[in-house]
Structures are given as structure tokens and as C-alpha cells.
Design a protein. Structure first.
Lengths: 326, 199
């Protein structure tokens, strides 16, 4: 591919060890998180579920606090995602459009893990399942087991020396695999031409589009949760402007609110938009396959769509708890 | 008082599982053949094994008698009118599945077929229906004609009706929903690998 050899090595060993909220689970989460930040690797990543399969080629380098990553899709619409820390640009070479956005969530960890606010250990427990060889690497297998029925479990293969996650399975409440993400091929410590990788984030020749996403609060939008859902904390609230129908899409005539919640591992988005009888015809859940579930509900003059990598009961708890402020 | 088996059940179990080596095996067989209760246990263990593998392998005598009566009764039934095949409804042919002969699956397939015919009929009758497109089971509380935003998509799980607006919201969720300690690399790469198609 595009890469030319130059010499970049992992900076991991030189990094200062942070003070950790010392639970085995938090320490382990921090280790796998740091491994991803401090490792240099290239590989092929495959996501598979009953909804289908998608694969991408990955290049990841780090230089101190700087993270640079390129993800090139090998399936679906041709696209390349360039990430520099929390700045993400998605290139669509066919339409010559580049979507530039900031992913605040990418900068959130590991600070949350280090803080006393982390309650992941209240809702998940970690169990070691032994060793396995994956993608040519010796790995330790762990089971991130939920303590209640409100979240899925995860089976995680973590590379033995670095802790890098090389395979991840999302398990339903009966332990059935809903989705698997894995490196089918991985080169840890690969030499990557950083200058060339950085240049691949250049948007010259592309029309740059910046999604008009406004930060807001649920309170300001007139919404509240009459009862919190166990373990899930609000992470942010955004307002999306009306979406013009494009590329066969339906669009939306009104603003859409997106209220994001997380228990530290799983994420739920609550979308609220004005009810439109022509479009909003099906209440209930739609099984799209994979780990992401959806639930739709009419609430007076509003239409609520809950989306998340959680059981339907959890989405239902969110949808039912949502309340219009008087 | 109930007579105890001369051959211990553990020994019969090992025999069924092929765990006994030759000398023990021959001895156990001799004892088994001389003990009627042990023979019943031997048979029961085989039935248990068969049921665990497949309920089809373990029909009992009464089941077979019932089937014979049923077949005789069906043969006495008057000839039913023939349903003419509607060419607009696709006929799916293929190899029989492993559970093809299990009645409850056939019943389920029958219900699904009924739902499909109902859905096709609804689309033919309703002007706004999405004619010609396949239908999926949507666990909804409201049954409504499919709006134009629904498109059929082929997935590993079969044909799926996709709501484009829902796809847009799922993409938005993946875009902002990476609040996970497992997100890097697995979460971000998962979303990056998945999300582009919905844009």
C-alpha cells in the first residue's frame, strides 16, 4: 500500500505510569487503553455479526501524546478515515467530500478510569479465561461480565505483552456472540512512514463538510429522565439541524436532539424529534442484527428513538423514563 | 422391596459411552444380558443420548402408533382444492434444513408464510405500499403499510427491511457514541469500519 518504511517506535515504555483507581477492573481497562495509545501497529480489522461483515485496513502510530490513525474501508462505500487525536476526517474519494468533525469522546478516557467517578466496577466484573493464540499473537482472554441484565458482556483477547485488544466479542444475556471485532492480521511495532501517513489527512481536492452539531443540554431542550437507568450517566447532549433529504435519505424537517449516555463500556443515544405521522409509523424495536439495538416510541407530539449496544430492556427503560418537562 | 440392579448404573453408563476397556467390557456385557432391569437402564441411556442429539431419533412406540392413526385418518380426508400458484410471490427452493422434519418448525414456517401472504396482500391493496419488496419481521406494536423510506437489504440473517432514517440515527449514534473504555482501538475501529455505509 502507501506505506514506506521509516523508523517509528512505540513510546510506551517512556510514558509515566498514571495513578490508577486501583481496582483490578480499572487497572486492566487502563492497561488495554494505554496499549492502544502507545502501540504502533498496522493490520486488517474485521467486524462481523448477523447483520453482515465489514473490514478495514488500519495504520496507527503515536508520538508522545499525538495519535495518528488511518482506517481504509475494504467493504461498502470506498472511504478513508483519518484521525489525529480527537479530530476525525472521513474522506469519500468518489464524491470528493471530506467530513471533518471532533470526537470529544475519544479524549475522555483514560481520565475517567483514573478518577473516582468511574463506577464500571459496580456493573461489570472481570474474569480471566486463560490464554489463546489470535492473529499470530499470544493473548490473554478475559470476560467482562455484567452484574445485571441491563448490559451486554464482552469477551476480550488482549495481546500478552502490550495489552492491545486484538479481538472483542459482544455477548448477549445468554452468552451468545452478537458481534465480533478482530484483527485478522496484525503487525505490532510495525515501521510506518509517519510523514506520509500525516499527509494522507490532507483535504486538498476535497470539499470539506463540517456537520452542524450544536452542544446543548437536555434541560435546555425541555427533557429529563424521570428515573435514571442503572449505571448510565449522561455524557453529552447535542442538537442536530434539520437534515435535507439526500442520497435517497429521508431527512428530518425539525431539529433532532441526541442525548448520549454511557456506563463506561456501553453507550446509548436517545434521539428526540417532532412526531411526523407520515414517517413515524412503526413503534417498537427493529432487529438490525449485531450488537446495536434500536427502539422507537411515540411520546405525545414527539418521536423517540433509542439506539445502543445494550439489551432491548435497557432501551425500553430509557424510552419510558424520558419525560417532557412541565 | 424393589430389586437392586445387579449391574451398577455407572457401569452401564460407561458401557454406553464406550469407556470400558475390553476385559471389563466383556464382563459388563455378560452381567447386563442376565439382568432385565439393567437392560432397561441400558436402553434408557441410549434414548437419553438420542434425545440429547435430536428428538427425531427417539420416537416412542406410542408416537409411531399415533402417526399411523393420523396417516390413516388423513388418507380418508376428501381431496382438497388445489391452490393455484401466484407468480408474483417468489418461491424459495433449496435444500431441506436439518430441522425440516420437526413439526413445530413447520408450524412456525406456516405462520411466517401466512404473515408474508398478509404483508404482500396489504402492499397490493395499499397504494402507498412498497410493492415487490421483501418483508421482514419487525417487532413492532403497530402494523402499518411500509413507508417509502424502507428498503430491502440483504444480510447474513436474510432479507431485512431497512429504515433509512433509522440508519442515519444509527450512524449518528456511532459518531458520538464512542463513550467506552473499550473504544480504542476496538470501539473506534468498529465504528469506523461500520459507519461509512450509512452516510
Amino acid at each position: 500500500m502507501l506505506l514506506v518504511v521509516c523508523g517509528v517506535t512505540a513510546q510506551g515504555s517512556a510514558m509515566a505510569q498514571p495513578v490508577v483507581n486501583e481496582t483490578p477492573l480499572n487497572a486492566w481497562l487502563l492497561r488495554v487503553h494505554q496499549a492502544a495509545r502507545q502501540s504502533v501497529y498496522t493490520g486488517t480489522f474485521v467486524v462481523s455479526s448477523s447483520a453482515g461483515m465489514a473490514s478495514a485496513r488500519i495504520w496507527h502510530v503515536c508520538d508522545g501524546a499525538q495519535q495518528i490513525e488511518r482506517v481504509e474501508s475494504l467493504s461498502g462505500i470506498p472511504r478513508a478515515i483519518f484521525r489525529h487525536n480527537d479530530q476525525v476526517v472521513t474522506f469519500f474519494p468518489q464524491s470528493k467530500i471530506a467530513v471533518a468533525e471532533v470526537r470529544e469522546s475519544l479524549g475522555l478516557f483514560p481520565d475517567l478510569l483514573k478518577s473516582s467517578d468511574s463506577s464500571i466496577g459496580d456493573f461489570y466484573q472481570l474474569k480471566a479465561l486463560g490464554n489463546e493464540r489470535i492473529a499470530g499473537f499470544e493473548s490473554e482472554v478475559f470476560w467482562l461480565q455484567p452484574k445485571d441484565m441491563m448490559r451486554f458482556g464482552y469477551r476480550v483477547w488482549s495481546e500478552k505483552k502490550t495489552g492491545l485488544i486484538i479481538q472483542l466479542q459482544t455477548l448477549d444475556l445468554k452468552g451468545k456472540v452478537l458481534e465480533q471485532s478482530a484483527f485478522s492480521e496484525l503487525q505490532l511495532g510495525a515501521v510506518v512512514n509517519v510523514a506520509k501517513l500525516t499527509r494522507s489527512g490532507n483535504t486538498d481536492g476535497y470539499r470539506v463538510v463540517r456537520p452542524d452539531l450544536q452542544k446543548t443540554t437536555a434541560d435546555a431542550q425541555g427533557w429529563t429522565l424521570q428515573k435514571p437507568v442503572d449505571g448510565f450517566k449522561p455524557m453529552g447532549c447535542y442538537q442536530r439541524p434539520p437534515i435535507a433529504p439526500q442520497q435517497g435519505g429521508q431527512g428530518s424537517a425539525q431539529n433532532t436532539m441526541q442525548w448520549v449516555f454511557s456506563d463506561g463500556v456501553a453507550t446509548v443515544s436517545l434521539f428526540v424529534e417532532a412526531f411526523d405521522g407520515r414517517r413515524h409509523t412503526r413503534e417498537g424495536s427493529a432487529d438490525m442484527g449485531g450488537a446495536t439495538h434500536t427502539l422507537m416510541r411515540r411520546l405525545d407530539n414527539w418521536w423517540v428513538t433509542a439506539v445502543g449496544e445494550v439489551p432491548l430492556a435497557t432501551l425500553s427503560a430509557f424510552a419510558l423514563a424520558l419525560e417532557r418537562k412541565k | 422391596m424393589e430389586q437392586m440392579n445387579l449391574v451398577p448404573n455407572e457401569c452401564i453408563c460407561d458401557l454406553v459411552d464406550g469407556q470400558l476397556i475390553s476385559a471389563d467390557c466383556a464382563q459388563a456385557f455378560d452381567a447386563l444380558l442376565s439382568d432385565r432391569r439393567a437392560m432397561q437402564t441400558w436402553h434408557a441411556y441410549h434414548v437419553v443420548g438420542d434425545v440429547l442429539r435430536s428428538s427425531e431419533l427417539a420416537p416412542s412406540g406410542s408416537d409411531l402408533a399415533f402417526l399411523e392413526r393420523l396417516e390413516r385418518r388423513l388418507a380418508d380426508e376428501p381431496v382438497r382444492p388445489v391452490v393455484i400458484q401466484d407468480n408474483r410471490v417468489p418461491v424459495i427452493t433449496g435444500l431441506a434444513s436439518a430441522n425440516a422434519s420437526v413439526f413445530r418448525w413447520k408450524m412456525l414456517a406456516g405462520l411466517a408464510g401466512f404473515a408474508l401472504v398478509g404483508a404482500v396482500g396489504l402492499n397490493l391493496w395499499t397504494p402507498t405500499g412498497l410493492q415487490g419488496d421483501a418483508q421482514i419481521a419487525v417487532q413492532g406494536t403497530v402494523v402499518a403499510p411500509a413507508p417509502k423510506s424502507l428498503v430491502a437489504a440483504e444480510t447474513a440473517a436474510g432479507t431485512m427491511l431497512r429504515d433509512e432514517r433509522l440508519d442515519e440515527l444509527m450512524a449518528a449514534h456511532r459518531q458520538l457514541g464512542g463513550h467506552s473504555a473499550l473504544q480504542v482501538p476496538a470501539g473506534f475501529l468498529r465504528n469506523a469500519t461500520y459507519e461509512g455505509a450509512a452516510r
